[in-house]
Write a protein that binds this ligand. Structure first.
Ligand SMILES: Cc1cc2nc3c(=O)[nH]c(=O)nc-3n(C[C@H](O)[C@H](O)[C@H](O)COP(=O)(O)OP(=O)(O)OC[C@H]3O[C@@H](n4cnc5c(N)ncnc54)[C@H](O)[C@@H]3O)c2cc1C
Length: 420
């Protein structure tokens, strides 16, 4: 176990500075344009790939950093640059984490590189769990996976919604139910290889924020994938289903809500393993947005003169900035703690992963709203970036488990009471 230190070390600081340069020089100048276009910024993803920022190697290196803060530092810097472009760049990692969390070594080796492609032929990947009638309640998924023994193939049918990179991805990771009677415990994750017939994009959503990130429905109509596309393999699934059936027979149920308590692991459910592993990283993205808005507001407050003095001379403004900075730093400490715990196999006994995502997400919404207020009329226009940052921040109390679901998970974990 590594000793607790809040010094990320020279290597991590060098990565941070490198990413900061890319965020400042490449992402920031392009942010407003791609927000307006509401399209995937392929040239920027390609540039990130050329520099090694969009690559499996880079994320694997950060993911396996023993302190745990490699990923949060990377996320914070990229999302400081711009959240929409940031999500277009890192959206693939959600699918990659699903494969890392649930796949065999062979599956990781086969599929993870295909998710990123190469700098000359860049690809993205999508993680498809949510459905029209199954958002927070992951146990309600209807997409079915049925095994065709004769052909050693799984047949997938259903409609996924809200999939980041859905339909434009090379590899789609799809969570489907194998045994509906078992709810969340009867689910498994499947890789749908590039070009598989039967998978198509449904509607593409027009969004309030993170508009450079593609979000769409994914329709699965008789999609056939080879047996080896079941993440984790058949034997592991059969063992898991047998345990779940035993628990069901004894009347022991699993609760609703995205991501139950536990350490960085799954608690036996495919979608939840992905959410658990990614929660502090998502919190770090929110911190990047909040820090960006705070910096704009601080600069503005120093230079904007009203009543013959800079507006920061007023306690009402200065104290708001003090609170913004304090909350951002508090959120980062929660994210780093959860990331350190996960990297060092410490159980999340108080749902620390959920705490970090909850607080960071709410902080980003609050801080960006304060930044708009400090910029006055300018804050309300697209001439300044804080209104975009505020729109972008709003997703952080919704995706990867809403704030209410995070509170539910925390409340249940600290109390042991099956709170509804
Ligand atoms: C831009 C975007 C990108 C996304 N990307 C992906 C992706 O890549 N892959 C993927 O699988 N999903 C993705 N999602 C889906 C996202 O995770 C869901 O939107 C989220 O989990 C909430 O589900 P829902 O929208 O169905 O809301 P609902 O679950 O219907 O919730 C509606 C409201 O009810 C509240 N609520 C529900 N249950 C409870 C409860 N028990 N107690 C208290 N309050 C409750 C919620 O907190 C919320 O406020 C994305 C969503 C968006 C908007």
């Amino acid at each position: 176990m590594s000793t607790l230190s809040l010094d990320p070390g020279a290597d991590q600081l060098a990565v941070r500075d490198w990413l900061h340069g890319f965020a400042a020089d490449v992402m920031r100048p392009a942010a407003a344009e791609w927000d307006e276009r509401e399209e995937t910024p392929w040239p920027i993803i390609q540039e990130a790939a050329r520099l090694g920022i969009y690559s499996l190697d880079f994320y694997a290196q950060q993911y396996f950093d023993p302190s745990g803060v490699g990923i949060p530092i990377a996320m914070e810097e990229l999302f400081w640059g711009d959240a929409g472009i940031g999500l277009a760049i890192v959206g693939t990692t959600l699918a990659a984490v699903a494969v890392l969390a649930n796949g065999t070594d062979e599956q990781i080796g086969t599929w993870a590189p295909q998710m990123f492609g190469t700098p000359d032929d860049v690809k993205v990947a999508a993680f498809c769990s949510s459905e029209p009638d199954a958002g927070s309640d992951v146990s309600a998924l209807r997409t079915r996976a049925v095994y065709d023994e004769a052909k050693d193939e799984w047949v997938l049918n259903g409609t996924k919604t809200w999939a980041t990179n859905g339909g434009i991805a090379s590899v789609h990771v799809v969570v489907a139910t194998v045994d509906p009677a078992l709810g969340a415990r009867g689910q498994a994750s499947f890789v749908v290889p590039p070009g598989t017939p039967g998978l198509s994009q449904g509607q593409k959503f027009k969004k309030h924020g993170i508009r450079a990130s593609h979000t769409a429905e994914v329709v699965l109509d008789g999609v056939r994938v080879p047996g080896h596309c079941l993440l984790g393999g058949r034997e592991k699934l059969d063992e898991r289903l047998a345990r779940a059936r035993e628990r069901a027979a004894q009347g022991i149920g699993g609760g609703p809500g995205k991501g139950g308590p536990g350490k960085g692991g799954s608690g036996g459910n495919a979608a939840m393993a992905t959410f658990e592993a990614s929660r502090p990283a998502v919190g770090a993205q929110a911190i990047g947005i909040a820090r960006a808005a705070y910096e704009v507001a601080l600069d503005y407050a120093r230079t904007r003169v009203q009543f013959g003095r800079p507006i920061i001379d007023n306690q009402g403004v200065a104290f708001t900035l003090a609170d913004m900075k304090t909350r951002i730093d508090a959120a980062r400490l929660l994210v780093w703690r959860a990331s350190w715990m996960a990297a060092n196999n410490q159980p999340f006994t108080s749902a620390e992963g959920s705490m970090s995502k909850l607080y960071a997400g709410e902080t980003a919404k609050w801080v960006t709203a304060q930044a708009m207020q400090i910029l006055g009329g300018n804050g309300f226009t697209r001439e300044y970036p804080v209104e975009r940052m505020h729109r972008d921040s709003a997703i952080y109390s919704i995706f990867e488990g809403t704030s209410e679901i995070q509170r539910l998970v925390i409340a249940r974990t600290i109390s042991g009471v099956p709170i509804r």
